[in-house]
Design a binder for this molecule. Structure first.
Ligand SMILES: Nc1ncnc2c1ncn2[C@@H]1O[C@H](COP(=O)(O)OP(=O)(O)O)[C@@H](O)[C@H]1O
Ligand SMILES: [Mg+2]
Length: 228
């Protein structure tokens, strides 16, 4: 198993942001974490990547416990992630943004940019890129960092339809290349199209785990989204 999350809970004051969550991510799959706003998705991502300490529970990456490690150790153990609000360094060039992830040559960088449909010169300042292109740059940076599991927090948020389509084919190609992806996403068409498994979170709890077609027709899932 690539990732196993067991009984994770996290409170903020009186708020049970994550409440006894368990799920697994199989190798070489795209697994999507979905759920209404405030369901606890980002908190769970932060717990997995070590930015937030859980109150209880265990997380294993490739059968090794990681939930007691600091973020940089978890990154070294093999998790690479992007953020809901993009975190590229806007006053730095594309090249310098990529160098932060990994000291690599320009040829490799150019190939990587091509593979994420970001055809811009390496010396382009990140602030000159559109928001969607900045997200692609962040994705490229996450890909460049050596990893076993790629975690993406709402990669399509605020991104135009063309880049959204490109993201779909990028993620499908990564899976074909053997990658494992855990994704937070609110665009249901996107989720249904690319996911092998879907984990539905509601009020900090796992409501349902299944294949996209099982999720789409689940009454409780529809209720959680549409209200009662
Ligand atoms: N650092 C924090 N301090 C206090 N409350 C937080 C914090 N982070 C998240 N929360 C709360 O936890 C709940 C889950 O938030 P979040 O994980 O961001 O949900 P999602 O990503 O599913 O929209 C929300 O009620 C949110 O307000
Ligand atoms: Mg979120």
């Amino acid at each position: 198993m690539m990732l196993s999350v067991k009984n994770i809970s996290k409170n903020f004051g009186g708020i049970k942001a994550v409440d006894g969550c368990s799920f697994e991510v199989k190798e070489n799959t795209i697994t999507s974490l979905i759920g209404p706003n405030g369901a606890g998705k980002t908190t769970l991502f932060n717990v997995i990547s070590g930015l937030t300490a859980p109150d209880s529970g265990t997380i294993k990456l490739l059968n090794k416990k990681i939930n007691n490690l600091p973020p940089y150790k978890i990154a070294q153990a093999g998790i690479s992630r992007t953020f809901q609000l993009t975190k590229v360094f806007k006053n730095m060039s594309i090249k310098d943004n990529l160098l932060i992830a990994n000291n690599t040559g320009e040829d490799k960088m150019k190939k990587l940019l091509e593979s994420v449909y970001l055809q811009k010169p390496l010396n382009t300042t990140a602030s000159e890129l559109s928001y969607g292109q900045q997200r692609l740059l962040e994705l490229a940076r996450a890909l460049l960092k050596p990893h076993s599991l790629l975690m993406l927090d709402e990669p399509t948020a605020g991104v135009n339809p063309r880049i959204r389509q490109e993201l779909k084919s990028i993620l499908k190609r990564l899976r074909k290349d053997g990658k494992t992806i855990l994704l937070i996403e609110h665009d249901m068409d996107f989720v249904m199209d690319i996911s092998d498994f879907v984990v539905v979170l509601n009020e900090g709890k796992v409501l349902k785990i299944g294949k996209p077609k099982d999720i789409a027709k689940d009454k409780r899932v529809l209720e959680a989204y549409l209200g009662k």
